[in-house]
Design a protein around this ligand. Structure first.
Ligand code: C5P
Length: 230
């Protein structure tokens, strides 16, 4: 249990394992806040790209970046990704692309970048509770979470889901390219030195390959925790 009365559930795992959908459904079900940490990293990558900054430039431009980095989310409609606003501009479709994801993965391996983003992630922990979705939510950002979930799924299933998601946004992506990109990104996220993608020792691992989101929620809610009792 964390030291405060604010409950936290972390949902980590590789891309396409179902974190976003499950986090959104659970947040709506419990009436809790949601943190899409991948969206924070994607927004920073978008901003760096726009400003022509490299990860190494973070320290020398710290104050400007801190001032400029104004991000907020809107939970959006169930089934649709959380909306991302940067300086009040809706950039959801601009950053939810595989190209930005690849750049994000590179940027996210930098320890200064992770240290910069850490406090803004903890700020999302407000009453009545938080569902935190990402790669290191249970291991690094909320090690004191009340429940840690780690979702996995086969690479083929994850690529299929990603393709459907991108199609909905209007982009057609070749399956072979998508598989390669996912594999590359997983490898980068899992092998990086700082905050690598891995399950926390005390996490509940759920394979979502053959489960729909409702099935995953059912499994999560079967955990013996007071906030799941209605
Ligand atoms: O979850 P999403 O696909 O939006 O994340 C994009 C990238 O951001 C990931 O591939 C990963 O490199 C990075 N990320 C991270 N730590 C998090 C969330 C995302 O390093 N907590």
């Amino acid at each position: 249990m964390n030291n405060t009365v604010i409950p936290v559930i972390t949902i980590d795992g590789p891309s396409g394992a179902g974190k976003g959908t499950v986090a959104q459904m659970l947040a709506l079900d419990l009436g809790w806040n949601i943190l899409d940490s991948g969206a924070l990293y994607r927004t920073l990558a978008y901003y760096f790209d726009k400003e022509g900054l490299e990860p190494e430039d973070l320290v020398s431009n710290f104050e400007k970046i801190r001032k400029d980095f104004i991000v907020h989310f809107e939970a959006g409609i169930p089934g649709q990704p959380v909306k991302i606003f940067f300086q009040n501009q809706d950039i959801t479709n601009l950053v939810r692309t595989e190209e930005v994801a690849k750049k994000t993965s590179l940027l996210a391996a930098n320890p200064d970048v992770r240290a910069f983003i850490k406090p803004s992630q903890r700020d999302f922990m407000t009453l009545p509770g938080l569902i935190a979705d990402g790669r290191d939510m249970g291991t690094v950002i909320f090690p004191d979470a009340d429940l840690k979930i780690y979702l996995i799924a086969s690479i083929e299933e994850r690529a299929k889901r990603r393709q459907v998601q991108l199609k909905r946004q209007g982009s057609e992506v070749n399956m072979r390219v998508l598989l390669e990109e996912l594999e590359g990104r997983d490898k980068k996220d899992m092998e990086r030195e700082h905050s690598p993608l891995k399950p926390a020792d005390d996490s509940v691992i759920i394979d979502t390959s053959n489960l729909d989101p409702i099935g995953v929620i059912k499994e999560i809610k079967s955990q013996p925790l007071s906030f799941f009792k209605k």
